[in-house]
Design a binder for this molecule. Sequence first.
Ligand code: TXA
Ligand code: MG
Length: 335
Amino acid sequence: MDMNTTTPGSRILPAGDAALSAARDALAAGEIVAIPTETVYGLAADATNGEAVARIFAAKQRPSFNPLICHVTGIEMAESFAAFDPLSRRLAEAFWPGALTLVLPLKPGHAIHPLVTAGLDTVAVRAPKGFGAELIATLGRPLAAPSANRSGKISATTARAVADSLGEAAPLVIDGGPTPVGVESTIVKVEDGAIFLLRPGGVAAEEIEAAAGMPLRRAEANAAIQAPGMLASHYAPAARMRLNAGHVAPGEALLAFGLERIAGAETAKAVLVLSETGDLVEAAAKLFDYMGRLDATGAECIAVEQIPATGLGEAINDRLARAAAPRTIESGEDA
Ligand code: TXA
Ligand code: MG
């Protein structure tokens, strides 16, 4: 692998000491940097610097009414701007650093720029693993970061996918290799002692329920606190998507799961298997990459085999449903 790859517009540096100081310097100067996290790549800016945060929206071409996740080193940094109720604290202790985002009330006098929260009185917070964690510690400030892809496109799980999606809009990309989790974080919000699932993601609902000792409530049951970014047409490839397909139609590519193929698989334009063994963790890690690769074949439609809805299958099916949603309304959504 090239140690220092350049594509038109983006400089890709391998994660390491040189990348850490380059990224810190850029962020301290109010620039944006694409960084690896364990879920997906993030397009990061100093969360206390409004101009820097605005550059994220410009790069993603995302309207500023969609709030961003604030990334921290841990509970201590989060407490400098957000208030933890006991249940949220327990979840942070159980899952941080990791793929769980908590929506918490902002504290008075906090330093988070309002562009980050889109004017809400709550903030979405998580402590990532790996390079991102080191970078936040080195900078000493929280990083606002949405997924590092253009709005409405699938999230990037490799540095190459970031560079391809954002080009010169992401002048510096840190390459930490493929992201191990492969889907975005799970977002929850505690209200009146209940935990609402706002977005399924890298931590399975069952794990959260086990740690909390109570069932999760689904956001649909309480539309008022649904994640503001949860519009349907999300993570969209250029190809149409046909879910729970029972056969492959002429000209279609196939996104497969498990050992057995549906009828007509041998006629598919291309076939990629998310997990031969039916492992949902493996499937989640490959999902965006494989959707992108099948999309790149130019197939007009991608047929998707049925994927179980348990564990990480919930997040996978959620992303697939968004990718398959009608695109008549260009949402310009957070993606
Ligand atoms: O894994 C992830 O979560 C990745 C990595 C980079 O950390 N980030 C990510 O960010 O997916 P983004 O901006 O693409 O999605 C953030 C989601 C959006 O659906 C947004 O609406 C929701 O978080 N959100 C942010 N602040 C919120 C708040 N105060 N209340 C409810 N939802 C919020
Ligand atoms: Mg996103």
